[in-house]
Write a protein that binds this ligand. Structure first.
Ligand code: NI
Length: 386
């Protein structure tokens, strides 16, 4: 396929998808569109966990997967372009339309390529909407027999066509909690006949910060934020109930596991001192995204070989954002990375109603995904021989 042909093909796909975005877990037309494209490439396609899995097999060898996410965001598209969203209040403002086009492009290129093994293409729903689509696809067996998985995200803030990545922890786990403190409502002037939930909650807010400062290692990042607190009814009534909601961010999976029990310990002690009661509801969001060293190196080497050493920037520190690609990496090796998608001036942020990218990135990303898959399968063959 010529470069120009590839560009035009992917631009058309991207614009089709961009003009009819759908929200997470509602990607019905998007899925039908992708399925038709995949069948057009004569790939085996099946539905899995609300997404699609397509497979391209040539001979015996390893299996490598490439993943794209399909969902858009609840935003009104503010771009003045012919391919702007026709769906009011819904917009591909995170570049997932580009991800789908690039993975389809890679599938097309790989069809013509020479390799031994299988390439699996995953199109998952709802990356933006916890619990996310990755878990459902994993449970539906999308990763069955897959040896490694790779995925990318467009990034408007790094130089066009370059990539950033990190071996090991790259993105945070994001959990959510709700605390309910129950005291006894009473007269504001007669505190000893009441149990003041506001005073108990105030102490709990301060005491919970000891998780960060005293109960866990200072060398492991942990954020505990109470984002909302609500209780009481009037100036002269002692509040019988307080609700608090918040977020916990971690990178270390062991530390993440410890947090709910430590919170219980603090809440139990503080509320007991006041004669109050509590409940803690802790909901785990996406796990930390941890890139496997060997696969991260493969991505880095592939990019450096093709685009030069300057095209790879290693992130010194992880990012506090989260990504449900992390679920795949919990099960099998792989690597997730960012691909610079904006040219000329300051990029417009993800999740902004004017977010867009330079479409020249589409063939570049598709070729890169193709090469990553081929490199992986080739390495597997060498290992098999050795
Ligand atoms: Ni995104």
């Amino acid at each position: 396929m010529t470069e120009d042909g590839l560009f035009k093909d992917l631009q058309e796909i991207r614009r089709d998808l961009h003009s009819r975005p759908e929200l997470g877990f509602q990607e019905v037309k998007t899925r039908a569109y992708i399925e038709e494209k995949l069948r057009g490439l004569q790939l085996e396609v099946r539905e899995a966990g609300g997404g699609l899995v397509a497979s391209l097999k040539k001979g015996r060898g390893k299996t490598v997967a490439l993943r794209a996410d399909m969902d858009a965001l609840p935003l009104q598209d503010e771009k003045d372009v012919p391919y702007a969203s026709k769906n009011p209040g819904v917009c591909h403002a995170c570049g997932h339309d580009g991800h789908m086009a690039m993975v389809l492009g890679a599938a097309n290129l790989l069809r013509e390529a020479d390799f031994a093994g299988e390439v699996r293409f995953l199109f998952q729903p709802a990356e933006e909407l916890p619990p996310g689509g990755a878990q459902a696809m994993r449970k539906a067996g999308a990763l069955g027999g897959v040896d490694a998985i790779f995925g990318l995200h467009l990034d408007p803030f790094i130089p066009f066509g370059s990539i950033t990545l990190r071996e090991g922890p790259m993105m945070a786990a994001a959990d959510r909690f709700e605390i309910h403190i129950k005291g006894k409502t009473g007269h504001g002037a007669i505190p000893h006949r009441a149990v003041d939930a506001v005073v108990a909650a105030s102490e709990a807010v301060g005491a919970l910060q000891a998780l960060v400062s005293r109960f866990t290692s200072p060398l492991e990042p942990l954020v505990l934020t109470i984002g909302k607190i609500q209780g009481g009814t009037a100036f002269n009534i002692i509040a019988g109930e307080v609700e608090m909601i918040g977020s916990v961010r971690t990178f270390n999976p062991g530390l993440r596991d410890e947090v709910p029990a430590l919170m219980e310990r603090v809440l139990k002690g503080v509320t007991a001192a006041h004669g109050a009661a509590y409940t803690l509801q802790y909901t785990r969001g996406y796990p930390p995204l941890i890139n496997h060293p060997e696969e991260a190196r493969l991505v880095r080497d592939t990019v450096e070989t093709r685009w030069g050493a300057g095209a790879v920037q290693i992130l010194e520190k992880p990012l506090m954002g989260s990504e449900d690609f992390a679920y795949y990496l919990e099960e099998i090796p792989g690597c997730f990375f960012f691909l610079g998608s904006y040219r000329g001036g300051e990029g417009i942020s993800w999740h902004n109603p004017r977010f867009d990218f330079d479409e020249e990135v589409l063939p570049r990303g598709a070729r890169l995904l193709e090469k990553i898959a081929l490199e992986y399968l080739e390495k597997g063959r060498e290992r098999g021989r050795g």
